[in-house]
Every structure is written in structure tokens, then in C-alpha cells.
Design a protein around this ligand. Structure first.
Ligand SMILES: *Cc1c(COP(=O)(O)O)cnc(C)c1O
Length: 380
């Protein structure tokens, strides 16, 4: 379908049901399918780990939104990552990961994959040279997140694709923070896009899921083989919820961005705030690259409290409308202290975050209410 983003979000993979005309793809809550004769499954469906029509609808839609040839939906973002790693890498191989990767991604490499013989180097992916130096002859994957969590660092996807490809490695981009509405890494040279669909793609904090999207037919077939062989698939109801969320992805992202921009403006003027981290700010180190590869700058905002760690914790505890909690990307605003919450396990590692940092996932509530809540939380 050669349509715009919003049209694809609503229609790709979502033709009215052929049997009843139902406008919304049904939740095919079934594990198995009646076969017409031995060896003749109807429309190719045999067993729901291998394929399920609701999951197929989601996969087709995700592929369309990222400009990929094929997408695969998993039970969580980490399940998608694990499947990708064990499809592409073998013991003795090496991967380059961001030195401020999502905590769970770091843990997957450092505490799980490493025990199975996968070697890794954490590099500052904001520097193309640092990534080039970290690549070895055994490097199979250069793993990138942009923007990063929680420091909102930016990596140059097109430049890193070149660097990875020069050494025969794949460029994998975790596009969770931007969503395909703001950034489409496959168009910039990335080989595989990873999503935690739990976040903006689902968008309503009601389902955990993940996805892999790619262009290369052979790689995608191999990943699909492993999706079935390893089994961490998205269930029919989870697929349906995610697909329901996707329909409004474009309008939600625009409102997330509108609200985040106003929150940034407010925080910058506030004396309780020492520094605001947002790629939309001209003084942000990655602003120019973000401007080149993103449509807008997203709904995530981090800032450093002028009164240090205790002050940062106090702000988080005092917020009311901003719900104190982990995760991000839902319609409701969330606040958290990465040092003691999402990134507590990174303490003492290269991924440790500043202790005075506060992270906001700016939701789509009425902006005046969000600013009033921040005002009372920041007052000393
Ligand atoms: C949440 C998240 C993940 C992990 O996804 P789950 O769905 O929680 O397994 C990976 N990458 C990023 C950037 C995330 O925010």
C-alpha cells in the first residue's frame, strides 16, 4: 500500500474480516486449526505458535509503518531482542552496544548472553569514531538506541550503518523511544529495527510486547524460523491490543511532542532545574543529527535537579498527576528516578546514570494540568 503513515496505521494488515465483514480483525483466540485433509491446513494456519491471523495483522501493519518487508511480533521487547541475538550470533561472536543502553538490554548482554559465549563492548554511540574503534573482526551486530534512555543521547543512524556495513556487521536500531512515526531507521540504512511495543506503539500501558522489523528476505526468514523455534510469540489478545493502540500512533505522538515541548520550556525557566535533556533543544549535543533523522523530538524529557539526589527523589515523590512508575510511552504521564528505579541495576557499571536525574514520560493530558503538577512538585 502506497499510503501515508496514518492511513497505514489504520488499514495495513487490517482488511475487513473475509467471513463476516467485521471491520476490526478478530481476536483469533485459538491454539490450533482444523485441516481440510492430512497435510492440507486451511490458508496455511496449523498452530498458533507458528502463525495466528491476529498476530499476522499486527506484523503486517508494523512492517508497513517501518517501511520494512516483514515484521515479527513477540511476547516482549526483550523476547524480540533475545531471538535476534540467538539468530544472528554464535558463541565467540561480538556485539557493540550503547554505553547508555536500556537497562534490560544491557542485562541481557552482560548477564545472559555473555554466559553463552557472546562477547560485547559498550561504546559511546554518539561518536561514530568510538563505534568504529569498538568493532572487531568478530563483530556481528552494532546495536543502537536513539534517542537513548534516560539521557536522550542521539546516534547518527546513517553514519553508523556505513561503519557497521564496512566491517560486515548488521546495524540494529532500537526505535522504541521515537516510534516509527518520528523515525524510520530502515530508510536510513539500518538492517533491523527492534521495538518494545509496550511503549509508544501500544501506547496505553495495557500490554507488554516486542517486535523485529527488517528488509532482507533471507534474514527475516531466518528470524521467523527462530521466532517459531524459540516460541516467545505475541498472543492473539496482546496482538489485538497493540494493533488497536497503533491506530492512533500518529495523533498520539504529535500530542506527546506538543506537551513535551511545553514541559521543556517550563523546566528550562525553573530554578529548581539544573539542566534539561531534550534532543529538540539547540544546545543538545545531538540536536543537528536528531533534526536530520527525526520528524519531531518525542515525548521523553529528562532533567537534573539543582538540589542533587535527595531533591530529585523528592520531586518524584511529590508529583501527583505524573504517576510515579517505570515504563513509558503511554497516554498517561509518568515520572521516575532512574538511579533508584529503572537503572538501579546499572550502578557501578559503565551505564550508571547521574543520581540527580529525573525522567518524564510526558503524556497527552491537558498541558496546563501537567505544568501545574510539575510546579507543585518542584517547589522547595
Ligand atoms: C522497555 C524497553 C525495552 C524492553 O522491552 P520490554 O517490552 O519491556 O521487554 C527495550 N528497549 C527500550 C528502549 C525500552 O524502553
Amino acid at each position: 500500500m502506497n499510503h501515508g503513515f496514518e492511513t497505514l496505521a489504520i488499514h495495513a494488515g487490517q482488511e475487513p474480516d473475509p467471513t463476516t465483514g467485521a471491520v476490526i480483525p478478530p481476536i483469533y483466540q485459538t491454539s490450533t486449526y482444523a485441516q481440510d485433509a492430512v497435510g492440507q491446513p486451511r490458508q496455511g494456519y496449523e498452530y498458533s505458535r507458528t502463525a495466528n491471523p491476529t498476530r499476522d495483522a499486527l506484523q503486517e501493519c508494523l512492517a508497513a509503518l517501518e517501511g520494512g518487508r516483514r515484521a515479527l511480533a513477540f511476547a516482549s521487547g526483550l523476547a524480540a531482542e533475545d531471538t535476534l541475538l540467538r539468530t544472528v550470533c554464535q558463541p565467540g561472536d561480538h556485539v557493540v552496544i550503547p554505553d547508555d543502553a536500556y537497562g534490560g538490554t544491557y542485562r541481557l548482554f552482560a548477564r545472559v548472553a555473555q554466559r553463552w559465549g557472546l562477547d560485547w563492548t559498550a561504546a559511546s554511540i554518539h561518536s561514530v569514531d568510538a563505534v568504529r574503534e569498538a568493532i572487531t573482526d568478530r563483530t556481528k551486530i552494532v546495536w543502537v538506541e536513539t534517542p537513548t534512555n534516560p539521557l536522550l543521547g542521539i546516534a547518527d543512524i546513517a553514519a553508523l550503518a556505513q561503519v557497521a556495513h564496512d566491517r560486515g556487521a548488521l546495524l540494529v536500531v532500537d526505535n522504541t523511544f521515537a516510534s516509527p512515526y518520528l523515525q524510520q531507521p530502515l530508510h536510513l540504512g539500518a538492517d533491523v529495527v527492534v521495538h518494545s511495543t509496550t511503549k509508544y506503539v501500544g501506547g496505553h500501558s495495557d500490554v507488554v510486547g516486542g517486535a523485529l522489523v527488517g528488509i532482507d528476505e533471507e534474514l527475516m526468514q531466518n528470524l521467523a524460523y527462530h521466532q517459531n523455534a524459540m516460541g516467545a510469540v505475541a498472543g492473539p489478545f496482546d496482538s489485538w491490543l497493540t494493533l488497536r493502540g497503533i491506530k492512533t500512533l500518529g495523533v498520539r505522538m504529535d500530542r506527546h511532542c506538543d506537551n513535551a515541548e511545553k514541559v521543556v520550556e517550563f523546566l528550562q525557566r525553573h530554578k529548581a532545574v539544573a539542566q534539561v535533556l531534550y534532543p529538540g533543544l539547540p544546545e543538545h549535543h545531538g540536536h543537528e543529527i536528531a533534526a536530520k533523522q527525526m520528524k519531531r523530538y518525542g515525548g521523553m524529557v529528562s532533567f537534573r535537579a539543582s538540589g542533587g539526589e535527595e531533591h530529585a527523589v523528592e520531586i518524584c515523590n511529590r508529583a501527583k498527576l505524573f504517576v510515579l512508575g517505570e515504563s513509558l510511552g503511554g497516554v498517561e504521564s509518568l515520572i521516575e528516578h532512574p538511579g533508584r528505579m529503572t537503572h538501579a541495576s546499572a550502578a557501578g557499571s559503565p551505564l550508571e546514570v547521574p543520581s540527580d536525574l529525573v525522567r518524564l514520560s510526558v503524556g497527552i493530558e491537558t498541558i496546563d494540568d501537567l505544568l501545574a503538577d510539575l510546579e507543585q512538585a518542584l517547589a522547595r
